[in-house]
Design a protein around this ligand. Sequence first.
Ligand code: PAF
Length: 286
Amino acid sequence: MTPELITSIAALRARLLPIRRSGQTIGLVPTMGALHLGHRRLIEGARRDNDAVVVTIFVNPTQFDRKDDLERYPRTLTDDMAVCGEQHVDFVFAPDSAEMYPSEQLTWVDVPALTEHLCGPSRPGHFRGVATVVMKLFQIAQADRAYFGEKDAQQLAVIRRMVRDLNMSIEIVAIPTVRESDGLALSSRNQRLTAAERNIAVTLSQALFTAGKAVQNGERSAGTIRTSVLPIFHTHPEVRLEYFSIVDVETLTPVETIATPVLIAGAMYVGTTRLIDNVLAAPPSG
Ligand code: PAF
């Protein structure tokens, strides 16, 4: 089945209105394209839970803090349409920037308390751009459910909080991170890695798994865990660690003593490619 490709907001609204009016549910999968197995899992979730599935493909300029990163982001609409066809998507919404931002954007959605740590400091404006475009997509599609990957844990937390704080009637469904057999989290950015960089990239998930096991085994000091894990990143000169943090799962603020479930998250550059990943870990009970 070939999905219907829609590029205008008006056309998408016109196609979705009768579906909603007939009482059928709509699942929304917001993406920036370059679809991989991780996106397929999001679409599978949407397909399983809803009558109609909309995948959005929009490389959102307002969430890129670096112009070169925006320019280098892979754009693969033909391949993405084929993936959506295989996954039985009904509609692909692929607007251009002029359609999404026809005039200067003066209204923004910001969740500053959740973006003070992790990726927030190194990517000024990024989460404001994400929250704003996701809000726009929610307003346009009026879907019942939207699907996001746990790999982007901070993005997921920001979107969940936006929905809660602004009383939006959409269910946010989180889908677990999909990994290569060696543990590397799937990401559209992996395409940019050379073969050598690809082998080094697994360092991040290895460090996260090691830290997660330490938490599960009862190590309560975040400092001790960080000190034992950080040398892993110094073994490769191509790696530049941006952060490796142990934060509260709700507030995303760093914890010193681990007494409740934590999110362990990291970001690093391998060469010029920035990768992020995370794991959840809970201390043993009792
Ligand atoms: O996760 C992404 O691909 C993007 O941040 C999103 C949610 C589609 C917003 O542009």
